[in-house]
Design a binder for this molecule. Structure first.
Ligand code: ATP
Ligand code: MG
Length: 337
């Protein structure tokens, strides 16, 4: 859907693809990073097994969805049977245990939408978030990982966009900008909408995977090796896609009406979601539907001021890729608003 007239990208855009690809390679976590991560998980499992012998540890987020970089934190979900104790009480107890086991800066963050314990592992220097029984995160982690295996350009695009967002200061939910998870969903949606398509809509296909979380069935087609050449007809390079991504979010997305939905594989309307008015703190200025918790808008954190900042950053990025002599440097110039 081209709303504001199609402008063409510069003709030499593909000449920037090699630099972007080497940037992407440099962002990938090293083997050393991964083995440190494994050590952290092992020592965490040891700490927890004393208190909760039947607990299961799931990795989620970028250490498990393949969108990780060497700057990513470690996200862990503890799956346990809860008796009469509340999640908050369990998190408090968890924080005490970790503190006693010499993890640093242990802090229970119980007011967040998803309450967690955050801590620092002195061995690896990694920051680690632990949540309890948040199996939606485990399900969406698998969904993202499966999408990543269909076409390599998703990982390239999302890693570069995440890196850009971190450096430009627009990847901080507590300040009203977007989570890494939201950026990855934006990339998936964008690639579902290319012509020819680069990604399918896995939730619109016959389900081969089912996970029931609370009362919600999370289902989708996960037999992805059947889809390994899905995007092959589309020959766009990472440079072209990166420009088109920013151009879409700067000039083509209709912020008043549109909701992006990887669940539907297309743009849907705020009206059909009933996301037209502000309810409590949910302003719905920039709408990104969660694939499984479909009443959840990942853009809810965005307010009138930060939406301007985010759109201006998209415009700057599109402009840099369109006109700058050294876009791969200029694009990532650190900035803090
Ligand atoms: P990074 O590399 O920056 O750590 P990440 O992929 O781990 O990126 P986070 O934003 O740390 O992304 O989120 C970790 C996981 O938590 C996501 O993969 C997702 O499963 C879940 N998550 C994060 N934010 C939300 C949210 N607002 N709503 C629902 N789930 C979320
Ligand atoms: Mg993370």
């Amino acid at each position: 859907k081209m709303r504001r007239g199609w402008i063409e990208c510069r003709h030499d855009i593909d000449s920037f693809a090699p630099d972007l690809l080497s940037l992407y390679e440099s962002l990938k976590p090293s083997e050393e990073h991964k083995s440190k991560q494994t050590q952290l998980i092992d020592s965490l499992a040891k700490s927890l097994s004393k208190e909760w012998p039947n607990a299961r540890l799931h990795l989620y987020g970028s250490c498990a969805n393949s969108f990780g970089t060497s700057h990513s934190d470690v996200d862990v979900c503890l799956e346990i049977e809860i008796g009469t104790e509340s999640t908050v009480e369990i998190l408090q107890r968890l924080a005490d245990i970790l503190h006693g086991d010499n993890f640093d800066d242990v802090e229970a963050i119980t007011s967040a939408r998803v309450p967690i314990v955050r801590m620092l592992d002195p061995g690896s220097g990694f920051s680690c978030d632990i949540c309890i029984n948040n199996l939606f995160a485990v399900a969406n982690t698998k969904l993202l990982k499966d999408y990543a295996q269909i076409d390599g350009r998703l990982l390239q695009l999302a890693s570069i966009v995440k890196h850009w967002a971190k450096l430009r200061g627009v990847n901080e939910t507590y300040r009203g900008t977007l989570s890494s998870y939201a950026y990855v969903l934006m990339c998936i949606s964008f690639l579902q909408l290319r012509e020819p398509k680069i990604l399918p809509c896995l939730q619109a296909m016959d389900p081969t995977y089912i996970m029931v979380v609370d009362d919600t069935k999370c289902t989708y087609f996960d037999d992805i090796h059947q889809l390994h050449d899905f995007g092959a007809e589309n020959k766009e390079s990472i440079a072209e896609l990166l420009w088109a991504f920013f151009h879409y979010w700067a000039f083509q997305h209709d912020y008043r009406k549109d909701v992006i939905s990887i669940r539907m594989g297309k743009i849907i309307s705020k009206k059909e979601k009933d996301w037209t008015t502000r309810v409590g703190n949910d302003r719905h200025l920039m709408c990104i539907e969660d694939p499984f918790e479909i009443s959840h808008d990942l853009g809810r954190v965005v307010d009138r001021q930060t939406i301007r900042i985010i759109i201006e950053e998209f415009e700057r990025a599109a402009d840099v890729l369109q006109h700058d002599n050294d876009p791969c440097v200029t694009l990532f110039k650190p900035y803090n608003y």
